[in-house]
Write a protein that binds this ligand. Structure first.
Ligand code: ATP
Ligand code: MG
Length: 317
């Protein structure tokens, strides 16, 4: 019943795009697929869709190899723009659904329903090249799902959407998942993945780094975050001298610290109180997905250290 990606390898000449990548996606999951630029996300998706063949490895859905499944099993929102520039929006939605065997009348009704839902009925008769980037993105989403696929693969579907449209797309995700659809999406927006994806996989330079339920990955891969504020001591200069404690985000009000494995976060609170400070905030939270990502993948960015990677990520943000 599961989408099983097993041992995928793919090279382009000397470039190893994928090296033995494998993970599972459960039906009805909203699954986040993460990795730095060039990590191999798009390549993996295209292999699942059988647009591209792997050098080795297999993809099965409900126990059947993807290459034997009807095309309409999958839907795809590609990373690059895939609309015909001059064709009218409603016409091309009907056309794309027709490629998967959806009768025109039904495709038209469903397409109009989705256009209404995304508040873009006025775009039905416009040409694709007249649309803004975000509106093209919404049309591509509709094109990906109009034939009612079981598994939808979306390559950075949230890119270019304003907050209102992000919310509309999120609610569409939730509804499709509730109807039993399996959604796989790549994203560089960690908060989005954290909020939406029940399970994730992270790849780095063609290799799987980790996969599993999002909460589990955060607990397993990340170090807990301690949020601390002490009255009249915004600098918290003393925390770095505590063994196994690191100040990662000094804040004007609340600062964020991490602790090495084996260090009890409570030791920070005890130290603060022992210094006679008035603790106004003390909180222990699971690592954010951003922290996990930087911890696991960051060594390929910045100066090679997690701290350098964090600096590289934060200066890029
Ligand atoms: N057609 C191609 N020819 C040669 N190399 C390719 C080709 N397509 C991808 N690659 C290489 O394969 C690797 C994986 O690329 P891929 O597009 O899958 O990464 P990605 O994770 O989708 O990155 P991004 O986040 O930038 O979209 C990269 O090193 C890329 O340069
Ligand atoms: Mg890509």
């Amino acid at each position: 019943m599961t989408l099983v990606i097993d041992g995928l390898s793919k090279s382009y000449g000397h470039v190893v795009a994928l090296d033995q990548v494998g993970f599972r996606v459960e039906p009805g999951d909203i699954f986040g697929f993460l990795g730095a630029n060039g990590a191999g996300k798009t390549t993996t998706m295209r292999i699942v869709l059988d647009i591209l063949r792997a050098d080795s490895g297999t993809v099965t859905w409900r126990g059947r190899p993807n290459i034997d499944l009807p095309r309409r099993t999958f839907g795809y929102l590609p990373e690059e723009r895939g609309l015909y520039p001059r064709m009218r929006i409603l016409d091309q939605l009907v056309f794309f659904a027709g490629l998967y065997g959806v009768p025109a009348g039904q495709a038209r009704r469903d397409a109009v329903g989705w256009l209404e839902r995304f508040r873009v009925t006025d775009l039905a008769d416009r040409r694709a090249d007249e649309l803004s980037k975000g509106n093209q993105q919404k049309i591509q989403f509709i094109a990906a799902i109009l034939h009612d696929p079981e598994v939808v693969l979306m390559d950075e579907p949230f890119t270019g959407l304003d907050p209102v449209n992000v919310a509309l797309l999120r609610s569409a995700f939730l509804e499709l998942a509730a109807r039993g659809k399996t959604l796989i999406f790549s994203s560089h927006q960690m908060e989005m993945v954290e909020a939406l994806a029940g399970a994730i996989a992270i790849i780095d330079r063609g290799r799987l780094v980790t996969s599993g339920p999002t909460g589990e990955v955060r607990r397993r891969a990340g170090r807990p975050i301690v949020r601390l504020a002490v009255e009249a001591d915004p600098e918290l200069a003393w925390v770095s001298s505590l063994p196994g404690v690191r100040l990662i985000r000094p804040g004007p009000h609340v600062s964020e610290l991490t602790v090495e494995p084996g260090t009890d976060p409570q030791s920070i609170l005890r130290a603060a109180l022992a210094r006679g400070g008035v603790v106004t905030c003390f909180e222990i939270a699971d690592a954010s997905l951003e922290d996990v990502f930087i911890e696991l993948v960051g060594r390929s960015a910045g100066d090679g250290s997690p701290a350098g990677a964090r600096a590289a990520v934060e200066s890029a943000a």
